[in-house]
Design a protein around this ligand. Sequence first.
Ligand SMILES: Nc1nc2c(ncn2[C@@H]2O[C@H](COP(=O)(O)OP(=O)(O)OP(=O)(O)O)[C@@H](O)[C@H]2O)c(=O)[nH]1
Ligand SMILES: [Zn+2]
Length: 206
Amino acid sequence: MTDPITVPERAPEDVPDFDHARAEAAVRELLFAIGEDPDREGLRETPARVARAYAELTHGLRQTAEDVLTTTFDLGHEEMILVRDIELWSMCEHHLVPFTGVAHVGYIPADTGKITGLSKLARLVDVYAKRPQVQERLTTQVADSLMEILGARGVIVVIEAEHLCMTMRGVKKAGARTITSAVRGGFLTNQATRAEAMTLIHSGTR
Ligand SMILES: Nc1nc2c(ncn2[C@@H]2O[C@H](COP(=O)(O)OP(=O)(O)OP(=O)(O)O)[C@@H](O)[C@H]2O)c(=O)[nH]1
Ligand SMILES: [Zn+2]
């Protein structure tokens, strides 16, 4: 059985193009299924709109971490770099409703001092967020891709999110936040470095 957390990532070329016609037909069916009339005024354009929205919300399936980590600089900087409070919108793969919150992404560059642009860390989060996801997998995918592509000596990724499937339906517990972390390399072996990162993540105002 495939472990649902480490489900192998498909290469974008193995992911079929977004099928707008199929998505529209499915939304039209869903409207029938809930007892609506997709041909009534107000719903007529809805299947096409929803299809376009889902194409956008699943855009990450057709991107790779390499696509966004292209800009690298050799600044010779060997200390921790941390971007905190990166806004996050993803979609839970169990209910296809959003989960939203923030990601904190930190890394210690390779010995060569190879670093990437700060915005690229936020783009990387979106590559993995814009697809049906579970929070645990999103967290580890961001961490592992930074280790691999930048050759980072350490990575820490902390994600805090609220799952609307727990808020707007089901157990209905608004405000419950799920916190996941993935810690690699130097952040794992050096407790002081990890503690410094956690202090930076939790310092200041939000
Ligand atoms: N581990 C994990 N669980 C998630 C995530 N997103 C949603 N879930 C959970 O997935 C589970 C699916 O449980 P099921 O019992 O199959 O579905 P359900 O009957 O809709 O469950 P309820 O939400 O409890 O009503 C729920 O407990 C969700 O809270 C996630 O990112 N990670
Ligand atoms: Zn869910």
